[in-house]
Design a protein. Structure first.
Length: 160
């Protein structure tokens, strides 16, 4: 049980790191705040999983050595905003599938852990459906007339 939860923990931590990188790389773009919010959400998931591991008399594995190997999600940086968004969508799908698999595996063996994973899964799905934000004002150094593209990150408008 603890080994499976440590894999889920590693997945959340890799997601935190990827979202934080995207946050810093997207500075000046409306998407940055969305990336930061998702990093915060993922950190909360990681904290809850680590707490449950301790409750089960285990030790949460925060060792950076092998973190990517333990994680179900990959750490892919992305070259530009479109790549970053694509990588986040892929990683979210992987995390959702992984959480669903853990929930099925748990069944009635550990109802408390299953409910924790179900709640994290619900929060992930809710985050993907956040209400859209209005398009951003021009990025610093950009005129209002300069060409921009609008896309969405987990339902939020991002103007670049």
């Amino acid at each position: 049980m603890v080994a499976v939860l440590n894999e889920a923990l590693a997945t959340e931590l890799v997601c935190v790191l990827r979202y934080k990188r995207h946050y810093f790389m997207a500075q000046g773009i409306n998407a940055a705040t969305e990336f930061l919010q998702h990093a915060t959400d993922e950190q909360g998931h990681a904290d809850r999983i680590a707490t449950r591991i301790v409750q089960l008399q285990g030790a949460p594995n925060f060792d950076p050595e092998g973190l990517a190997t333990r994680s179900h999600a990959e750490y892919v940086e992305g070259e530009d905003l479109v790549d970053m968004i694509k990588e986040e969508l892929v990683a979210e799908r992987v995390a959702i599938d992984s959480h669903n698999e853990i929930i099925r595996w748990l069944g009635d063996k550990d109802v408390t852990t299953r409910r924790l994973m179900e709640d994290i899964l619900r929060r992930r799905r809710r985050a993907r459906r956040r209400p859209a934000h209005p398009p951003a004002v021009p990025v610093t150094g950009q005129s209002a007339a300069s060409p921009r593209t609008t896309t969405t990150v987990h339902g939020a408008w991002c103007t670049t």
